[in-house]
Design a protein around this ligand. Structure first.
Ligand SMILES: *Cc1c(COP(=O)(O)O)cnc(C)c1O
Length: 466
């Protein structure tokens, strides 16, 4: 967030506002009532009852004036749209891949790709599968194998590239089971590991193993620009390179990519699949036509393709990326100074609060991370998301107790170009208030849960001891 001129330390946003969206203030009593009505599940809160919404950075960003202007250029022709050709050229230049298929969002691209590559008996390695990626891999009967760097498990170690793939584990998998592995995937940045970046050295080493075993390599590149920014900042030899060139180079290490454009595409909806092998075009394009639409719009309107193309060009702007990374770090440092333990180092899109270290005596049954998320909402109207036992644990049918997730985190994700430093400072103040008033943290219990992805719909209760 620091301006490029090193003499001045004031944090400024690299844009000025042209249109404003009011946010709604509520009283603490109103939020207590809203949370109770939502059964202590923040997914059940109406957005107008949220003051600062940090639930996700996906599809929640603000478009630029050039993107809004591009919407009007949208060519809505069913076939042969000029908007598609513009979008295709932008993706080809960015990625170097000849074949470009637009999809309505990232998971639609995953569905196409894993329908072709997945299947029973297959193993798909990834540094860490994102949840929709894992779901689509498993839907085909294949195994989604996470191979994160061993450093990723430690929330405190200050390593530059905790998003890397574990090369030793990948080599072991390929030498043992190479006939079961149809492709190797790498997610940049590594969302499941806290938005941590992957180094170019790691991407090249994965490439070398893929070459050795004759496997294609695909990038799940939702946050390719944030990853390239961290490479420039942290990896020896890249400081003098432009972020755009680093991003282009990363794609050229791989054979293909899929992108949820709701993140670094700077749009509210969109995604794509791009690759170099013409043999893949025929099955993937068939599936695209069946599931999404004709190949020159793929489940989107022509105007969406225009906005996405402009977003993909804008996102590698270095003043923007510097501001983005510094905003996340500013939020993380502020909360840490206010007494809330956080995951280190700060990633590209979110700060992760460590509820296990804040509340070391709480049992997983008390849902400590959900309690922290609820307290931030009740005290300050700030909405984050629990990434802990509610999301990744489950109820043991024998005992009725919670089988704990390995971590109890609350993710505060920053939408792109939406909130100002004053909003971030406010969130820090709310976090500090909660840390200083432990009585605001109230133990919960799971009351009712659905059979899958329970965190979206679960009904929770205050623990009766409360
Ligand atoms: C968001 C995301 C996806 C899925 O994309 P959607 O647009 O939400 O369908 C896949 N992989 C990663 C790494 C993501 O962040």
């Amino acid at each position: 967030m620091f301006h490029s001129d090193a003499r001045f330390k004031t944090v400024i946003e690299p844009f000025r506002l042209k249109m404003v969206e009011p946010i709604h203030f509520t009283s603490r009593d109103q939020r207590v009532a809203a949370l109770e009505a939502a059964n202590y599940n923040l997914f059940g809160i109406r957005s107008e009852d949220v003051l600062v919404d940090l639930l996700t950075d996906s599809g929640t960003g603000a478009m630029s004036m050039d993107q809004w202007a591009a919407l009007l250029r949208g060519d809505e022709s069913y076939a042969g749209s000029t908007s598609f050709r513009f979008f295709e050229r932008v993706v080809q230049e960015l990625t170097g891949f000849a074949f470009v298929l637009p999809t309505h969002q990232g998971r639609a691209a995953e569905r196409l790709l894993f329908t072709v590559f997945g299947g029973p008996g297959k193993i798909i390695p990834n540094n860490s599968h994102f949840d929709t990626t894992r779901a689509h891999v498993e839907l085909t009967g294949a195994v989604a194998q996470d191979l994160p760097s061993p450093l990723a498990a430690d929330t405190q170690i200050e390593a530059a590239f905790k998003g890397d793939m574990d090369l030793v584990a990948l080599e072991a998998l390929l030498s043992r089971d190479h006939d079961r592995v149809p492709l190797v995937c790498v997610t940049i940045t590594n969302n499941a590991a806290g938005g941590q970046p992957v180094s170019m050295a790691n991407l090249r080493a994965v490439r070398a193993l893929c070459d050795q075993y004759g496997k294609p390599m695909f990038l799940d590149a939702a946050r390719f620009a944030e990853n390239a920014w961290f490479v420039k900042e942290r990896e020896p030899g890249f400081a003098a390179q432009e972020v755009r060139a680093i991003a282009e180079e990363a794609f050229r290490i791989a054979d293909g990519t899929w992108v949820s454009a709701k993140k670094d595409g700077l749009v509210n909806i969109g995604g794509f699949l791009a690759f170099k092998d013409e043999k893949l075009l025929y099955p993937l394009r068939n599936l695209l036509i069946l599931n999404e639409g004709f190949p020159t719009y793929g489940g989107l309107a022509g105007r969406d393709l225009e906005a996405m193309a402009v977003g993909l060009q804008e996102v590698t702007d270095e003043d923007y990326l510097r501001y983005r990374a510094r905003s996340v770090a500013w939020l993380g440092k502020g909360l840490e100074a206010g007494g809330i333990p956080v995951l280190r180092p700060f990633g590209g899109h979110a700060v992760y609060l460590d509820a296990k270290r804040l509340l070391p005596d709480w049992a997983p049954d008390d849902l400590p991370a959900q309690a922290l998320a609820c307290a931030l909402y009740v005290e300050g109207g700030v909405r984050g998301v629990e990434i802990g036992t509610l999301m990744f644990g489950r109820t043991d049918p024998a005992t009725g107790r919670q089988i704990a997730a390995p971590r109890e985190l609350v993710r505060l994700a920053l939408p792109r170009r939406v909130y100002t430093q004053a909003h971030v400072d406010y969130v820090i103040e709310v976090g500090r208030w909660v840390a200083e008033h432990p009585e605001t943290l109230r133990k919960l219990r799971v009351g009712w849960e659905g059979p899958a992805l329970r965190h979206f719909t679960a009904r929770l209760l205050l623990h009766s001891g409360e």
